[in-house]
Every structure is written in C-alpha cells, then in structure tokens.
Design a protein around this ligand. Structure first.
Ligand code: SAH
Length: 352
C-alpha cells in the first residue's frame, strides 16, 4: 500500500478532499506521512533550516528570549517551549547560549510540541541533558510564563486555497483519476473569512487560509497575556498571502506536490497578518530575519567565531552568515513576529 493508493481510493469513493486534508495526510499520516516516517533535515535530507545552517541563529534567539525573561523580573518557574523542534538543534543552541545566565536554567521546564515520533527520538538524544517534556498540542502548555520559539513550524500547517470568482470563492480540491491526483475547483460560495480579501484581489486570484494556526496563536498569546513571557515566530511568508504558495521539496529540489504524497515536504508561505489577528497579546512588527539578526549583533558574533576558524570551515562560516542575513538569500524571505505581554518591552531585535 502507498499513501497515493489510499488517497485515490478514498477520493474515488467519497469525492475530492480539501488541500488542507491532503496536506495533513501527506505530512502526518501515522504510517506514510512525511514527518511521521523520517528525519527530513540537513544535507542528506530534503531541506535545510536556519538552525542547521549556523549555531548563531539559535544563540541570538536564546539571548532575545532570555533578555525578555530578565526584563520581566526573572520569574522563578517558566516554560521554555518550541513548536516543531526538528532535530533539536535550535533548542540546543538556545540552551548553550543561556547556560551562564544566573537562574535561567534553574527556572525553566523544557517543553517540545512535536507530532513526529521519529523527530521526537532525535530530539531526545540532542536534548538529553535537559529532560524535555513532549506535548501533542499547545493546549496542554502549563499556566505559567511562556518563552517560546517556532522556526519553520507554521509553514507546515495545512492550508485551504480559494480562487476568487466574482464576489464568491471556489475552494481548490484534490481529486483523483486513473490512480493519479489532480487539482480541481469546488462550487462558488461566499467565504466570510475572506471578506477582507475582496479589497485586494481580482478575478481568478488564489488566496490561502490556515485555520489550524488560529487556535495555536490564541493559546500561546493567552498564556503570554495571562502569565508573561514572549514568543518568536520565524517563517517564510509575508503580510497577507497571495497566490498559490504550496511547495513540495525532495532532496533540496522542488517537485510536484501531488505526485507521491508522503515522500516530499509540503509547505506554504505564512500569512503573518492572520497570525496577528489571532493574537490576544501585543505583537511586534513583522521584521525581516536579516534585520532581526543584525540588530541582535550577528555580525559581531560572526567575527568572534571567525577568529577560531581557518580554510574551509572559515569559508563555510562566512557563507552561513550571508545565507541567514542577506536579502537575496534568507534575510528577506524569512520574517520574525514577536508576541509579548501588555506593559512589557518587545523581544530584543523587534519593534512594537
Ligand atoms: N524547527 C526546526 C524544524 C522545522 S521542520 C528547524 O528549524 O530546523 C517542521 C517541524 O514541525 C518538524 O519537527 C515537524 O515534525 C513539526 N511539525 C509539523 N507539523 C506539526 C504539527 N501539526 N504538530 C506538531 N509538530 C509538527
């Protein structure tokens, strides 16, 4: 059996499924889902993320979160959490960078929200010394100050796509024919959730919505509102989505998202406006990753690290700095959104 066969049989019997259903199955099906079955990260995998490019990314995120903790009076019992921690590299760098901050490690309980059993096992090894707890969802996050990071997590959540038709919208649906999957369109209907998009779209435009992100932002922003803390959300995307941004990646190259479900990573651009609309605490401006990292001093940190390196490792380090920050690489495509409590300063590197 393959996931392609499971889905074509299901669609043939019960009709086309939404793109969101398709993405959920392709990424998280317990037997055949992409994340459920593999470690997709790094040179040998399908894609590389910022923490896998350089330790500087996690170090600077760690210092920003730790500064929020200090600014908020160094609360004695906090949750340090990550959504979708991948290999645990980002959290390991955060913990190393904050190890010498008096009281911080003693105050924190490390909590990881991770759907993939395979990646939980990798995280257990990477973060062994810090005895993490794992949660299936943010709803179980403890009622205490929450310092949270999510890098390339929201882009993996399932989205619905709609194509504009007059003042109505037709949902893009995944259908099946002769054992293959293809995109089609559902009937035209009004979409109250897209009322605001009638202003800035034209006939035939495609927009995406990610209902799964709403309760997640609602919960973490409620914890931060009620108990203090901060969240740093890093992802590719922009203020408002426009167009079909669904992308499938396999072995570092793009591939067709419907060809062989469960074997490629599927992502879409994050609609940061939608995240801010779900927030129940103050949020920062959406800031390009390159600007955020420069404000936190990545260039000085890069120079310090460079002094210990020579030859190929030095060249790789210089390339990694450029890759994280340069506007033509990840510097502009990736954005950072911060959440913080009323009356507190925003996380360092970000502005109200
Ligand atoms: N943050 C890491 C990994 C990004 S890949 C890094 O920057 O390297 C996306 C991560 O989110 C993976 O760990 C994946 O298993 C996890 N994930 C995807 N969808 C999820 C969901 N619905 N719930 C929990 N974790 C999820």
């Amino acid at each position: 059996m393959s996931l392609l066969r499971i889905l074509t049989e299901r669609i043939t019997t019960t009709g086309p499924i939404t793109l969101a259903d398709y993405m959920s199955e392709a990424l998280l099906h317990p037997t055949y889902g992409y994340y459920a079955t593999r470690d997709p990260l790094g040179a040998a995998g399908d894609f590389t993320t910022a923490p896998e490019i350089s330790q500087m990314f996690g170090e600077l995120i760690g210092l920003s979160l730790a500064q929020c903790w200090l600014d908020q009076g160094a609360p004695a019992a906090i949750t340090l959490a990550e959504l979708g921690p991948g290999r645990g590299t980002l959290m390991a760098d955060i913990l190393r960078a904050t190890a010498r901050l008096p009281g911080f490690h003693a105050a924190l309980t490390l909590t990881l929200v991770e759907a993939s059993p395979t990646l939980r096992a990798v995280q257990a090894t990477t973060l062994q010394a810090h005895t993490p707890d794992w949660l299936d969802s943010v709803h179980a996050l403890p009622e205490q100050p929450l310092y949270l990071v999510a890098n390339e997590f929201f882009d993996a959540l399932p989205v619905h796509q709609y194509q504009r038709d007059g003042a109505h919208w037709r949902e893009r649906m995944v259908g099946a024919q002769e054992g293959l999957l293809h995109m089609g369109l559902g009937p035209a209907a009004p979409q109250p959730a897209l009322a605001h998009r009638l202003e800035d779209t034209a006939q035939g435009d495609i927009v995406e919505i990610c209902p799964a992100a709403v309760p997640i932002i609602d919960t973490i922003s409620t914890r931060i509102h009620d108990h203090g803390g901060a969240a740093l959300i890093v992802d590719y995307g922009d203020w408002r989505s426009l167009g079909d941004t669904l992308q499938a990646l396999k072995a570092h190259a793009t591939t067709d998202p419907l060809t062989d479900p469960g074997t490629a990573d599927l992502t879409t651009h994050v609609d940061f406006e939608a995240l801010t609309q779900a927030a129940r605490c103050p949020f920062t401006r959406v800031t390009p990753q390159g600007v955020f990292l420069e404000r936190l001093g990545i260039t000085q940190r890069a120079q310090t690290l460079a002094q210990t390196l020579r030859d190929a490792p030095l060249e790789a380090h210089i390339a990694a700095h450029r890759r994280l920050t340069h506007p033509t690489e990840m510097g502009n495509l990736f954005k950072v959104l911060g959440l913080y409590p009323n009356g507190a300063a925003p996380p360092p590197g970000l502005e109200p």
